[in-house]
Every structure is written in C-alpha cells, then in structure tokens.
Design a protein. Structure first.
Length: 429
C-alpha cells in the first residue's frame, strides 16, 4: 500500500491536482498513511493545504478493506485503542452505540466498526479531498550536491505526470512474499490456482466447494492460516492444516511490553543494529494464533472437519494431474487438491521498487534488508521518511502494526513541522 504526503505550491496535471510542486507527498492510502495525516493535522491544522496523498485506487483504506474482506476477517487483533486517530479513546467513543462490535478480551473492534471509524476520522479531519487517484511509479531523489534548502524529489505517476516534492513520506505495506524452498523445486506443471500464497487468495471466489471431498492443504501456523482454514471449512472443504512447529497461542503478535518502555527502553538503547534485528525476530517469533482461533480449530479437529499436523514440514510436492502429492520431512505423504501457503511476508528495501533510486543516490547501511534510518525515520541524506515494517530497526517489532503507525508518526511529524529538525541532520536512532 503506498501513500505520499506532499506539501505543495502550484501546478496543473491530473484533474485532482492543482500544483506541480508540493511540499509533502505521502505515498500510500492505508492505516499508516491515514495515521500520519491525522497526526499532522492535529499538530498544525493549516498543514492540510500543504500535503496530498497518492493511492492507486483514489480511496482511503481500500487495500486494507479488500484484504480483510478476502480473508473474511471478522474483527481486528489489535485492541480498540490502536487506530489512526491521535486520540486513543476516539474509537471507543465512536462505538458507544455499537458495543456488540467490540470483542473480548480487549475490545477488539469488528472489521466493519473499524472501517466506519476510519471513514469518520477521514471526514472529521477533512481528508476526503487530500487523496489523489494516482499510482506512484518512481521516486527520484535530488542530487547530493544540491543545497539542502533547494533539494526536491521528482515523483513520477503511472499516467506519466511528474511532480516535484520537497519531502516524501513512504507509508507503504509493500513486502516480499515468503515462499517455501520446495515450491521452486516442483518439476511437474500445475494449474496456478491450485497453489497460491495467502496474499493472492480471495475466499469470496470460492462460494462453495462443489465436490465435498476436495482437500485443501494450508501451510502455516499464523492467524491468516486460521482464517483460511475457517473459510475453507465453511465452504465444505476438508482442510489439512500443517505447521512446521507446534501452534503458538498468543493474544497479540508481539507482547504488549513492546508497546512501551518495558521492552523498548532496552531496544532503543541497543547500538548494534544486528542485535536490534535479532530482538525483532525474537519478539514476533513467527506466526501465532489467538486463543479464540485456537479454540475454533481444536473444536473442528475433534469434530473431524480439520486434520491438524504440527511439527510437520513439507519438503516436496508433485502435481499428479488432478491432485497434489505432498511429502513431509518425517516421511509422511498426503494428497490434496489445493495448497494454500500462509507463510508470511518479509519487509526489505529490495521489495520496494520506489526505493531503488533513493538507495542508489543515498546508500545507507542495511541489516537483513532493513534500512538504518535516523531518529525521525528519515533516510540519511535526504527528506524521505519511511513508515511501516521497513522502519522496524528504529520503531521496534510492532512497526508494521497500528500502534507502530502511531509511534512512527510521533517521530516523523516533528521533522515535517519544525524547522529545527527539518533537515537531515538528526542523529541515528
């Protein structure tokens, strides 16, 4: 998901654009972008005339809504205090007349409630006309030789238009699909719809499994795997859920201590970037299921709707013409008609093409694909700010989450509105 916030001056291009030069461009239209937009406006109400948000669909939260609908996710995993509005209690207030849409144990908002709340925030902050239906295809940074006070980015749009922006906020959810190594070793041709990554699966395209004996193998142990299993069973499929380790049960994908000083104080004090990356991996510790999801899956397993294989890892697969034959590391062999991979994604600079020119012009150290940014999440040497999973080395393990968007905004906003920190002179975080 990509958002660009732009502070601008004057132009005439896309019908929705009135300037060819802007101050801040936000790339992306999802939760991260919405969060920084509301936080900017909370700090300076007049800043609304200085930025634009660029998103291919031209609609706030469109990709977020689409993914939640595709996986039929009934409610969020994050509690009601995590959302794009600067006021942490705003969602609870919005939900006063809809208390049945806040789920235990920590008032987890329903998908529809959260979507409606975000739409209300967009209205309250006057952001309806701040988003431009335009996909950004390239971000060209200014030469290092230019004066810091005159440096401007060139932002290319899919329709060929070219904008000039003084600052760019990259608030995308772009990440790389993590595919098991055995997928690349499949030697037999197979129909592409019979082996899919979860990001490319839309349960709405499977209104019902015509053949009730159809078997779906779901590979993965995270919450997305659980949603896929529930969706497939609802359509009459026989589900095989396979995880390389024992399923992990956690309320959240990272311990709540990572939302405050309990863990973050030590994390931010760590000066070894490699060690920070290791702490992030330990904190997230792969995929996990919520207690509520585990309860549903265990019940389905007892009732014979779901076959559960823990500590079982696929090592090879062969398409037999009408079904898959899958071999596991323990020697077990299973057959199924479909394989759905819920093996996650990885955030790395190489997966975000919009950063290619920036990396060439302003090389910065990388730690397992993550950039070392300054304390304001600014790319060293230029006025490009990074939100989401790519900012994890500075923000911490929850950088990609809703609360991470708030933490990221609190770092970036001062650099956008205060002249004293408006240039790339801040120390590394």
């Amino acid at each position: 998901m990509i958002i660009i916030i732009i502070f601008f001056t004057s132009m005439a291009l896309n019908p929705a654009l009135q300037q060819s030069q802007i101050d801040i461009a936000i790339v992306g239209g999802g939760p991260q972008a919405l969060t920084i937009a509301t936080h900017l406006l909370q700090k300076r109400k007049d800043i609304g005339r200085k930025f634009l948000v660029f998103e291919g669909t031209g609609t706030w939260m469109s990709q977020w809504r689409e993914r939640f609908a595709a996986l039929e996710i009934p409610h969020l995993r994050s509690p009601a205090v995590h959302h794009p509005d600067p006021n942490p209690h705003a969602l609870r207030g919005f939900a006063e007349s809809r208390p049945d849409e806040l789920f235990a144990p920590y008032d987890l908002p329903s998908t529809q409630l959260f979507a409606d709340f975000c739409q209300d925030a967009i209205r309250r902050f006057g952001l309806e006309d701040k988003i431009v239906q335009a996909k950004v295809t390239r971000i060209i940074p200014p030469p290092q030789t230019e004066s810091p006070y005159h440096k401007r980015f060139r932002v290319e749009l899919q329709d060929g238009q070219l904008l000039s922006a003084r600052r760019v906020v990259l608030a995308t959810g772009t990440s790389k699909l993590q595919m098991p190594s055995w997928v690349g070793k499949i030697q037999t041709p197979y129909p592409k719809d019979r082996l899919c990554h979860s990001r490319n699966i839309d349960l709405r395209c499977f209104p019902a499994i015509q053949n009730s004996s159809e078997r779906v193998l779901i590979v993965g142990g995270g919450l997305t795997a659980g949603h896929l299993a529930i969706g497939a069973m609802r359509r009459g499929a026989k589900v095989l859920l396979m995880a390389r380790r024992q399923l992990q049960e956690k309320l959240f994908d990272a311990e709540p201590g990572w939302l405050g000083p309990k863990y973050l104080k030590g994390f931010w004090a760590e000066t070894d970037w490699e060690r920070r990356w290791e702490l992030i991996q330990l904190a997230r510790n792969g995929g996990s299921m919520t207690p509520a999801m585990m309860l549903r899956l265990r019940r389905a397993h007892r009732e014979g709707q779901l076959a559960l294989y823990e500590r079982c890892q696929v090592v090879k697969a062969e398409w037999l013409g009408n079904c898959w034959r899958v071999g596991c590391d323990g020697g077990q062999v299973y057959e199924c008609e479909r394989i759905w991979l819920s093996t996650g994604t990885k955030f790395e600079v190489a997966a975000e093409p919009l950063l290619a020119d920036v990396l060439d012009a302003y090389p910065t150290p990388m730690v397992n694909g993550l950039p070392v940014l300054d304390e304001h999440l600014r790319w060293p040497g230029c006025e490009l700010f990074v939100m989401g999973g790519l900012a994890a080395l500075q923000v911490g393990p929850v950088a990609r989450n809703l609360y991470g968007a708030r933490m990221g905004s609190e770092r970036i906003v001062p650099a956008l509105i205060k002249a004293s920190v408006g240039l790339s002179r801040a120390r590394s975080a």
